[in-house]
Design a protein around this ligand. Structure first.
Ligand code: B12
Length: 286
């Protein structure tokens, strides 16, 4: 595995830049340097870390923690099998350690959602439907996924100017908040300010929040076959002048567009692409 990038080999990083690469807090990285774990130089009164020293330390750390292959070569089905069993046995420590190793290996927020948490929740849903898992099993696993998502988000901050403001919700009658949370985490990691309203939200509340926060778009998640809530929410948000991005396992692209959405996305990666495109299109139209 190779994390070192040829063009950045001679790059000197500040502690904050190095913390961003590692995906940890500044203070954590500072402690590593003070302990002598990561080699650093002092320049102009502050620490500087050579990118190649940081890469070497990361590689060594990953090997100690259990090999995590590079992006693109990662065995997501194998990772999903492992995390599934931690979630089903309630082993939250093992789940957290697995996530931390993947974070150290550079996995993106979209990969976590689309290749790991999403497929596991689908599997849990199927087993639950067949009666092989209880509601309590599902609730425990869902709650752990929520906590792991927070962990992933904290480790992937996106400093700098914000791309825009988004309101995310599941409409009235839809109690699935997790898909919206995944989209929220994905968009925040991409640099959006996101106002996540959770599930079962009346349309008027969604519109009101979009107005108060001068949203650039509203992202609605739909996980059920029930159509009243989503149809009403799309119409209300669109009539109030906000572009609507729709996604989720309960609805397809053609139907979402027919109901008035400007775009549809089937994954967190597509949510990120679509949100960026909507913001660009709005800026160009002004
Ligand atoms: C957890 C869960 C619950 C939890 C929700 C907890 C929570 N905090 O969210 C609770 C217990 C509340 C629940 C309740 C019910 N549930 Co439920 N639930 C699930 C389960 C297991 C996981 C949902 C989830 O988080 N999936 C993972 C996400 C990440 O996948 P996703 O939604 O496809 O999202 C991905 C993409 O679609 C995309 N995306 C999602 N949203 C958006 C939005 C935008 C804008 C974009 C661009 C992209 C995008 O990104 C995501 C990441 O890749 C699913 C199983 C499944 N197949 O999903 C059933 C499931 C959704 N539930 C189902 C059912 C039937 C119910 C109940 C009716 C059961 C009952 N008899 O009471 C109730 C009530 C539903 C209601 N009125 O809302 C069915 C829905 C069938 C259908 N099409 O109608 C499913 C599919 C289970 C099944 N196999 O039958 N559920």
């Amino acid at each position: 595995m190779s994390r070192a990038m040829g063009s950045t080999e001679a790059t000197m990083l500040t502690l904050q830049e190095a913390a961003d690469v590692v995906g940890c807090h500044y203070q954590t990285l500072y402690r590593r340097v003070r302990n002598g774990d990561i080699p650093a130089l002092v320049a102009g009164g502050s620490y500087r870390i050579r990118r190649e020293d940081l890469d070497a330390w990361l590689e060594e750390r990953d090997q100690r923690a259990g090999a995590v292959p590079d992006r693109g070569q990662r065995d997501w089905p194998g990772q999903a099998d492992r995390l599934f069993s931690h979630l089903i046995t309630g082993d939250t420590d093992a789940a957290r350690q697995q996530i931390d190793r993947l974070l150290g290996g550079g996995a993106s927020v979209a990969e976590f959602c689309d290749s790991l948490f999403g497929p596991i929740l689908y599997r849990i849903g199927d087993l639950w439907r067949k009666g092989d898992l209880t509601i309590a099993d599902e609730h425990r696993a869902s709650r752990t996924v929520e906590a792991l998502l927070e962990r992933v988000l904290t480790a992937r901050p996106k400093p700098g100017p914000k791309l825009g403001s988004v309101v995310v919700a599941a409409p009235r009658g839809d109690r699935h908040s997790l898909p919206g949370l995944m989209v929220t985490v994905g968009l925040r990691a991409d640099g959006f300010v996101v106002h996540h309203l959770g599930a079962d939200l009346p349309s008027a509340e969604i519109v009101d929040m979009a107005r108060r926060e001068s949203a650039d778009l509203v992202a609605l998640s739909c996980s059920t076959e029930e159509r009243e809530g989503i149809a009403e929410a799309i119409a209300a948000v669109r009539d109030a002048g906000f572009p609507v991005l729709v996604g989720g396992s309960g609805i397809g692209g053609a139907e979402a567009i027919e109901l008035g959405a400007v775009r549809y996305g089937g994954s967190v990666a597509e949510a990120q692409q679509s949100a960026r495109a909507i913001v660009r299109e709005r800026a160009a139209a002004r």
